[in-house]
Design a protein around this ligand. Structure first.
Ligand code: ASP
Length: 436
């Protein structure tokens, strides 16, 4: 059986077991299945640790080799410019889809007052703790300044992706100008590290089905389905937005910018969103994203080693779309309608805020506070807004993370193609008819 089939099967089995455990506990009071699933959750967490362990060596080694063997450093500037422009555009499209749907479906006007009261009283303390966390997260200006590490070892130790990227590119550029033999020696060594990291990824992926079962089973066993009921229209709005973005924006980019077949692309990369869905973390998924881009899509290591780590950190279409819907929902419940100007403000802030969100579980809801503060009147307490949506956040986090990584892979494909690379994905452009 192929690995992605095993992972899909594990996901389905985990979901069935989790839902069954939840129903059993709420209908008959028997909690043994739920306890068993929660008990095996550490298997999933251990796997997330394993794959996260590879992130720093893999990103550094592949970026250093990529930059050092590029030969022409201006190429990196060109790739960088295209990547950031593409990321900003697709994120702004995602936010706009979120806003459009929130206006059409008005999820905040369907709320039952008792359900509202329940949500508020259950989650207000947790909401306030997220606001405190948000106060500790750096603003955009600091994020840009913090890209330059004072100490690269410290950045590696804490897994801060942007300073790691900055240092690796700088170091790689320095290696590229060393005299022949010295340069080749460094490249050979770092390339070996890179290959060993990829072997580790292969090994760890063999264990993925067990981890996926454990993670999904535990999340669903714990999840309160009643919360989902009261936030159904809100959740459906987010999910519909994500589906439209994956179903329209990405295929359009793949077909018209990369000129490849979207169907073949999605068939080749399907393992990546499954892992992102199960782990809720773009960072933990990064080794799988890089391996898939290179081996399944055929993106060159130079492009994938730059575009994907950057994407896992700054490109979060799913998160930005979710932030737009969440802000509109909270506004509709707490203050009524938002003006067009305020909504245009959301396009800018949600796009920038998603850049500041780290690729780890629940980062999106903490950064959401920045968007709420900008969009809502000062009299509204952001904690009260967060309390409304916290109950379904984990489930929506899984879905938006799957979209985030798909966006990164699409970007790598588009950028690789614009650099004239030949990909493994079937061509999607119109082929010339053979002469009769
Ligand atoms: N979990 C998301 C990610 O890793 C970020 C978020 O919370 O939206 O991409």
């Amino acid at each position: 059986m192929k690995l992605h089939t095993k992972i899909t099967l594990a996901l389905i089995l985990g979901a069935v077991a989790g839902v069954a455990a939840h129903l059993l506990a709420s209908a008959t009071g028997q909690t043994w299945l739920r306890d068993a699933l929660v008990w095996i959750e550490p298997i999933g967490n251990a796997w997330i640790r394993l794959i996260t362990m590879v992130v720093v060596p893999l990103v550094m080694a592949s970026l250093i080799v990529g930059t050092a063997s590029l030969g022409d450093i201006t190429k990196l500037g060109r790739i960088g410019g295209k990547t950031v422009a593409y990321y900003l555009c697709t994120t702004a499209v995602a936010v706009s889809i979120g806003l459009l749907l929130s206006n059409l479906l008005a999820p905040g006007s369907h709320m039952d007052p008792t359900a509202l009261q329940n949500l508020r009283s259950t989650y207000i303390a947790e909401g306030a703790s997220r606001v405190r966390m948000a106060q500790q997260t750096p603003g955009l200006k600091d994020v840009i300044l913090d890209m330059i590490p004072r100490n690269p070892i410290q950045a590696m130790a804490s897994g801060d992706m942007l300073p790691i990227i900055f240092f690796s590119i700088f170091f790689g550029a320095a290696v590229s100008v060393l005299p022949g033999e010295r340069r080749d020696g460094v490249i050979k060594f770092v390339d070996g590290v890179n290959e060993a990291a990829m072997v580790m990824v292969h090994w760890i992926m063999e264990l993925a089905p067990y981890a996926v079962f454990a993670l999904i089973g535990a999340v669903l066993a714990r999840f309160g389905a009643d919360v989902l009921k009261s936030l159904l229209v809100y959740s459906v709005t987010v999910l519909l937005g994500l589906a439209l973005h994956v179903g329209i924006t990405y295929p359009a980019a793949l077909r018209f910018l990369a000129r490849v077949s979207p169907v073949d692309f999605f068939r080749r990369v399907r393992e990546v969103p499954l892992i992102a869905f199960s782990t809720s973390s773009s960072n933990a998924t990064l080794p799988v994203t890089m391996e898939t881009a290179e081996e399944e899509v055929g993106v060159s290591p130079e492009v994938s080693s730059f575009v994907l780590p950057l994407g896992a950190t700054i490109n979060m279409d799913g998160t930005a779309l979710y932030q737009a819907v969440a802000t509109m929902f909270i506004a509709q419940v707490l203050v009524g309608h938002l003006s067009l100007a305020a909504q245009l403000g959301i396009v800018a802030t949600a796009t920038l805020a998603s850049i500041g969100a780290a690729g780890v579980p629940s980062a999106g809801i903490i950064i959401l506070i920045v968007v709420l503060k900008q969009a809502l009147p000062a009299s509204v307490d952001p904690a009260a807004g967060i309390a409304l949506i916290l109950g379904v956040d984990r489930i929506l986090d899984m879905c938006r993370t799957a979209v985030n990584v798909t966006g990164d892979l699409t970007a790598a494909t588009v950028v690789a193609r614009s650099e004239g690379e030949t990909l493994k994905v079937r061509s999607g452009g119109r082929r010339a008819r053979p002469a009769a």
